[in-house]
Ligand binder design. Structure first.
Ligand SMILES: *[C@@H]1O[C@H](CO)[C@@H](O)[C@H](O)[C@H]1NC(C)=O
Length: 290
């Protein structure tokens, strides 16, 4: 009898210790899971009402709904990779004809001879390397400008606040902009917003002949572009884009590792026939105060 009782007690103790062991293991696992959750290493699946977060069609929907307002006419839009050195892309029909005409009409009465920025003083000086005329439109100046600036931000993934005001430029026959960099190598010009990261150059008019944007330091077979035969002599010295009303050219002055990209050297070829109107948006690393 006594022996049987003893055995019973022992097996109870064994059962208890197994139970305790499972409990301790469970507690430890729970603690580990809580730790992982709090560190953000593990996520609990959640059901969210905001399905647009991971819905990639939202961007497309947005571009379609955007074209219902403003001066955007429905025209086929597509992007094209021009080169990876420099990183350059063309967005076809980025602006509508009406938007191009609007920008020209705003700028036309206020055009002044273009200058270049003096790297020592930061002051603007007249120059022979840049013979166009131009003017700046204040960032967020009106509804139409705001829409264009928002579209640039959506295209480049650089916030509107990082951009300088749009500059509108006019080149007449013979006028040009010699190859240069958009980034700065001095301290003065990087005080506001830091270094320039990227540029969007929008063509507001067609040009009958000349006026191409040329990248003379691009690492590409220049002559393989389909429009090679239509290019001026100047444009054949590099990888070139022919101005077309409404098209936008995006190129990066910095590489993805944030170093300056010398292959972003670019110029405006002399206009041979017609008139060239363009608009430039320079974008900085940080907010550009206006
Ligand atoms: C450059 O492209 C042209 C036109 O496609 C071709 O004829 C030529 O062989 C290419 N040159 C090189 C070095 O690949």
């Amino acid at each position: 009898m006594a022996k049987g009782k003893y055995t019973h007690a022992r097996s109870l103790g064994k059962k208890l210790s197994t139970f305790t062991l499972v409990l301790i293991t469970f507690s430890i696992l729970t603690l580990i899971l809580m730790l992982l959750l709090s560190l953000g290493i593990v996520y609990l699946p959640t059901i969210s009402d905001d399905s647009s977060v991971a819905d990639l069609s939202a961007f497309r929907r947005k571009t379609i709904s955007e074209s219902d307002e403003g001066l955007v006419e429905k025209q086929k839009q597509w992007t094209e990779v021009l080169s990876w050195e420099p990183r350059a892309f063309v967005y076809h029909n980025f602006l509508s004809k009406e938007e191009c005409e609007y920008l020209i009409s705003l700028a036309k009465p206020h055009m002044v001879k273009s200058s270049v920025v003096d790297s020592k003083t930061g002051k603007s000086t007249e120059s022979r390397v840049r013979t166009s005329s131009g003017m700046f439109l204040k960032r967020g100046k009106d509804k139409i400008i705001q829409k264009i600036e928002k579209r640039i931000a959506d295209f480049t993934f650089i916030p509107v606040e990082n951009g300088e005001g749009l500059q509108v430029l006019h080149y007449e026959v013979g006028q040009k902009y010699e190859p240069h960099y958009d980034y700065f190598v001095d301290e003065f010009n990087t005080k506001n917003g830091g270094q320039r990261v990227a540029t969007v150059l929008m063509y507001l008019s067609d040009v009958e002949e000349g006026g191409e944007t040329v990248f003379p330091a691009a690492k590409a077979n220049f002559s393989s572009v389909p429009w090679w035969n239509d290019l001026s002599e100047c444009a054949r010295k590099g990888l070139s884009v022919k101005p077309k009303m409404g098209d936008a050219l995006l190129f990066w002055s910095m590489r993805p590792d944030a170093t300056l990209d010398p292959s972003s050297l670019h110029g405006g070829c002399p206009v041979i026939r017609g008139n060239k109107w363009s608009s430039t948006k320079w974008m900085h690393l940080e907010e550009f105060k206006v």
